[in-house]
Design a protein around this ligand. Structure first.
Ligand SMILES: [Mg+2]
Length: 309
């Protein structure tokens, strides 16, 4: 076993790499079910629950499937927070247990593990409707299940390294491991784009209020992902500027298994973000093909071959 230093001072020589992850079928295959109704032979509609992958197949079969009572708001109740229920947390534990017992995780599972181990900032951007604190909780559970004890020790060593380098925290001044972890996770971003608080923020943004007003309904989820990505890139940019670190190589990766999102986000990066943030390299990973272990890598802007993911 390699010796892990208490403070990894080597992080000061690293390039800046940040990642934005979609959650469902990108990090984990979640057991969360969508509520629908199925047309029976006797002509009655019977409630059924379908997986996200089945939903993709039956959503357009309106002859045999419909939203409960015809109302789509009732279909995704398991993708939201409800008082006294922790569906997202329970489903995350369930999915992680399955991985621990040999099931294949999502294509970006190992990329999130590595991001956490290296103590790099990241954002979770999902179409779900949970509060940021619910998603942060799920990330803590991911750390517990998916990282080994050695990985977690390495993560803490890297986190202290960044704190020393960027915040000037000296040896002997660090908080407890749990305080340092809290600080790190508070610097990351958790955006569920159908959460009421998120929708409100988006409606109050002058640019996105305008974009929303003119977009067709079907394009709204993608717009929301754009908004979440822009917020994270701005967050990273301001942080780097205030620490005087904009003179080194910065790259931001985005991974999603939904080809529609990949397409919209790629266009958004090419046409807007890469022009506004000229020094930043953006890399988009299309993870829709489950037969590839790390998903397909698509470089949108910057160098063609970035060193290892
Ligand atoms: Mg997904």
């Amino acid at each position: 076993m390699k010796k892990i230093p208490y403070i990894n001072e080597e992080v000061a020589n690293r390039d800046f790499k940040y990642y934005i992850f979609d959650w469902d079928d990108n990090i984990l295959h979640m057991p969360t079910k969508i509520k629908m109704e199925h047309l029976e032979e006797d002509g009655s509609w019977k409630p059924v629950e379908v997986s996200t992958s089945t939903f993709a197949l039956v959503r357009s079969d309106s002859k045999h499937y419909r939203a409960p009572g015809g109302n789509w708001n009732n279909a995704f109740v398991n993708f939201e927070d409800h008082p006294g229920a922790n569906t997202f947390i329970e489903d995350t534990i369930d999915a992680l247990e399955k991985v621990a017992h040999g099931d294949k995780p999502g294509p970006s599972y190992n990329a999130l593990r590595k991001t956490l181990r290296e103590g790099r900032l990241f954002a979770i951007v999902t179409a779900r409707g949970h509060s940021p604190s619910t998603i942060e909780k799920a990330v803590r559970i991911f750390i517990k299940y998916a990282l080994t004890e050695e990985d977690r020790e390495e993560m803490m060593s890297n986190l202290r390294g960044y704190r020393q380098w960027l915040d000037g925290v000296g040896d002997g001044e660090f908080g407890t491991d749990s305080e340092e972890l809290d600080y790190y996770l508070s610097m990351c971003r958790y955006s569920a784009v159908t959460y009421s608080g998120f929708k409100e923020r988006m409606a109050n943004d002058p640019i996105y209020r305008e974009k929303l007003a003119t977009a067709p309904t079907a394009a709204k989820p993608e717009l929301a992902k754009e908004f979440a990505i822009r917020n994270f890139v701005e967050h990273v940019f301001h942080m780097l500027r205030s620490s005087g670190s904009l003179n080194r190589s910065v790259s931001i990766g985005f991974s999603d298994d939904d080809v529609g999102n990949v397409k919209t986000v790629s266009t958004f990066i090419r046409e807007e973000l890469s022009k506004r943030f000229e020094g930043i390299k953006f890399v988009v990973y299309d993870t829709s093909d489950r037969s590839l272990s790390k998903g397909r890598k698509v470089c949108v802007s910057g160098q063609l071959n970035l060193p290892g993911f």
